[in-house]
Design a protein around this ligand. Structure first.
Ligand code: SAH
Length: 414
């Protein structure tokens, strides 16, 4: 539960702001961020979550209103641009209804777990809302939401149907420096609404049953972004021995079994994730004896499989984001190359490779080139089956929202 009286309140007086002309242009084009260095003047210093209103330099007309975020280089996170609107419960509720309506097609596919709000692209900057059946999981990436939490949760109750609401906090928000638990009584994994979500929640994706630990699991508990790639993997899996690298709780493994895979080897460093993987395999009626789960470092285990001369007919590689900062880009490129080379050595002729990347700093084209070049250098020929991007529940509303790309290819020795 939540004690709203402990939360900070937003100042009554909005901060009025003037920004550089390039930033004005970006706002007019719908870009949702105002950077610290774009601000030329502001009426007063504010606190996180105060509303900042940007007026245009020429006529003093309303340009945008957003959450002021003094701790972030993305100083204003835009809620509404061009048309002035009151930021209240009704405002948020309308955006939530719109977001829910966008996801309706998924329900007809037999999917009850999906991303309901993908941050800025759905009008909620630095906020994620994932639906796991009747349980919603809200993940915050900035303290600027805290003064608006009561309004926001009111809007959730008004606009959406659900039983439980669980709060997740980004790593930055969990830092001791911010001390959110002490100051406001909010903790990562806390249940805000409902009688207590079970340890794991159940949901369906493309007709397959999954369990997720929404309180302790990675992100909000599951990686909904790979749903469409998993479905494609299912279509390609018939009769294959599959290696699922960075398997987490077995999204790809379960789909591969559903598509007729003969056996699965799953690699992940998280033991609890591999336990859930087995549970997910079982709950779809497959024998866990088909699964060889190896806990530990994937690079080391890939080496070991190579040395043991193991072979597979399908290798799926869905690594964590290696590059989320500019500094980590080089290491990420090296890691992707190594993974591609190791995967190719483990594949039989005519095997299928699925290589994914969720590094926001590595653009799709660069990633695809990197994979194709690495294959060539290692002496393999890739016959591209498909290159994919975002699913409909992860809409790319502005360039920085794009992070996911995947390449499906058939492999032959060249
Ligand atoms: N394919 C998964 C999602 C993968 S997320 C799905 O469809 O649900 C990335 C996974 O990599 C996480 O489960 C994390 O535990 C794991 N991981 C991160 N670093 C690792 C490493 N060095 N070795 C093995 N697993 C790692």
């Amino acid at each position: 539960m939540i004690d709203y009286s402990r939360l900070p309140t937003a100042a009554r007086k909005n901060i009025s702001v003037r920004v550089k002309s390039a930033a004005e242009r970006a706002l007019r084009q719908g870009h949702p961020w105002v950077f610290e260095e774009s601000i030329q003047r502001q009426s007063h210093l504010g606190n996180a979550g105060d509303l900042a209103v940007v007026y245009d330099r020429e006529n003093n007309n309303f340009l945008a209103v957003g959450l002021y975020d003094p701790l972030s280089p993305i100083r204003i996170k835009v809620l509404q641009a061009l048309q002035p609107m009151r930021v209240d419960r009704g405002f948020f509720a309308a955006k939530l209804r719109e977001a829910q309506a966008k996801r309706e097609p998924l329900i007809n596919e037999g999917t009850t777990g999906y991303r309901l709000v993908y941050g800025e692209s759905d009008g909620f900057p630095a906020l994620i809302l994932d639906r796991y059946g009747d349980t919603l999981v809200m993940k915050l990436y900035t303290t600027a939401w805290l003064p608006h939490l009561e309004t926001l949760i009111g809007a959730l109750e008004e606009a959406l149907v659900f039983d439980n609401l669980v709060l997740r906090l980004s790593r930055a928000l969990q830092s001791d420096r911010l001390n959110i638990a002490k100051l406001y009584g909010l903790e990562d994994g806390q249940q805000l609404i409902g009688a207590g979500a079970a340890e794991t929640v159940a949901f369906v994706e493309n007709g397959l049953l999954f369990h997720a630990d929404v309180r302790l699991g990675h992100k909000t508990g599951f990686f909904f972004d790979q749903r469409e790639n998993r479905q494609k993997a299912r279509e390609l899996a018939q009769g294959r021995r599959v290696l699922d690298v960075f398997s987490y709780t077995g999204g790809f493994s379960v789909y591969a079994l559903a598509g007729g895979a003969r056996a699965i080897t799953a690699l992940d460093s998280s033991k609890p994730a591999l336990e859930t993987l087995k549970r997910n395999v079982e709950s779809n009626g497959y024998n866990t004896e088909l699964i060889d789960a190896m806990a530990g470092d994937a690079f080391a285990n890939l080496m070991q499989l190579t040395q043991a001369r193991r072979k597979f007919n399908m290798v799926i590689i869905d690594p964590p984001a290696f590059a989320n900062s500019r500094a980590s880009m080089r290491n990420a490129v090296v890691a992707y190359r190594r993974l591609v080379e190791m995967a190719l050595r483990l594949l039989e002729n005519d095997g299928v490779l699925l290589m994914a990347s969720c590094s926001s700093r590595i653009p799709a084209e660069m990633f695809f080139q990197l994979v194709e070049r690495s294959a060539m250098v290692a002496g393999f020929k890739l016959e591209i089956i498909e290159k994919t991007g975002h699913g409909l529940d992860h809409p790319v509303g502005f360039p920085e929202a794009a992070y996911l790309k995947a390449l499906f290819a058939r492999v032959a020795q060249s």
